[in-house]
Design a protein around this ligand. Sequence first.
Ligand code: SF4
Length: 66
Amino acid sequence: MKIAVDEEKCCGAGQCVLLAPEVFDQRDDDGVVILLDEQPPENLYGPVREAADVCPAAAIGVSEGA
Ligand code: SF4
């Protein structure tokens, strides 16, 4: 799995951080997402997929199989 985030789209809702804090963080000043781990371990695939699904800005892209 490989993750990409679009900082331009991110509206700082923080859903991704709640679901997968090992993978996503937010900038202190404006809340825009920070990608901590673009190739997370397999045990985090579930929460990462869920984060991509619930992100209100569709700012999280997940490529499977990488
Ligand atoms: S859930 Fe989406 S909009 Fe919210 S902080 Fe994460 S990437 Fe940004």
